[in-house]
Design a protein around this ligand. Structure first.
Ligand SMILES: CC(=O)N[C@@H](Cc1ccccc1Cl)C(=O)N1CCC[C@]12C=C[C@@H]1CC[C@@H](C(=O)N3CCC[C@@H]4C=C[C@H]5CC[C@@H](C(=O)O)N5C(=O)[C@H]43)N1C2=O
Length: 113
C-alpha cells in the first residue's frame, strides 16, 4: 500500500463553493456525510485529500495538497481551502474533535512538503 492515511477517518459534509452563484454546494450526487482523510504517498512524498460518501462510497473529493495551500479554519467545525486553481473546498465536520484531527493532519502534510 503506497499511500498511508495521516489520521483516522473524519466525518464531514464536503462542499464546493460555486463562485458564479456565490453559494456552497454539496460535493457529489447528494448531500450527506463523507469519510475524509489526508493520504501520504510514501514514495513520492505527495499528499491528497480523499473523501468518500458514507452511504455509497462515492468519491466526492480527491484533491492534491500543494505546498502553497492556505488552510483556513473559518469556524471550529468548518474548514476551507483553495485547490490552487479555482475550486474552493469546504469541510463541515460533525465534531470539533474530528475537525481538529483533520486540520492537524493537513498541517503535518504542509510541513512535510
Ligand atoms: C480571502 C479568501 O479567499 N477568503 C475565503 C476563505 C479563505 C481564507 C483563507 C484561505 C483560504 C480560504 Cl478559501 C472566503 O472568504 N471564501 C471562499 C469562498 C467562500 C468565501 C467567500 C465568501 C463567503 C462569505 C461567507 C463565507 C462563508 O462561506 N462562511 C462563513 C464562515 C463559515 C461558514 C460555514 C459554513 C458554510 C456552509 C454553508 C454556508 C452556511 O453557513 O450556510 N457556509 C458559510 O457561509 C461559511 N465565505 C467564504 O468563506
Amino acid at each position: 500500500m503506497s499511500e498511508k492515511a495521516m489520521c483516522s477517518n473524519c466525518k464531514a459534509s464536503v462542499m464546493i463553493y460555486d463562485d458564479a452563484e456565490r453559494k456552497w454546494k454539496s460535493a457529489g450526487r447528494t448531500p450527506g456525510l463523507s469519510n475524509v482523510n489526508v493520504y501520504r504517498h510514501m514514495v513520492q512524498n505527495t499528499f491528497r485529500v480523499v473523501g468518500r460518501k458514507e452511504q455509497d462510497g462515492e468519491v466526492v473529493i480527491n484533491c492534491a495538497v500543494i505546498s502553497q495551500l492556505k488552510y483556513n479554519r473559518a469556524t471550529p467545525t468548518f474548514h476551507q481551502w483553495r485547490d490552487g486553481v479555482r475550486t474552493v473546498y469546504g469541510l463541515n465536520f460533525s465534531t470539533h474533535d474530528e475537525a481538529n484531527m483533520f486540520a492537524g493532519a493537513m498541517e503535518d502534510a504542509l510541513e512535510m512538503l
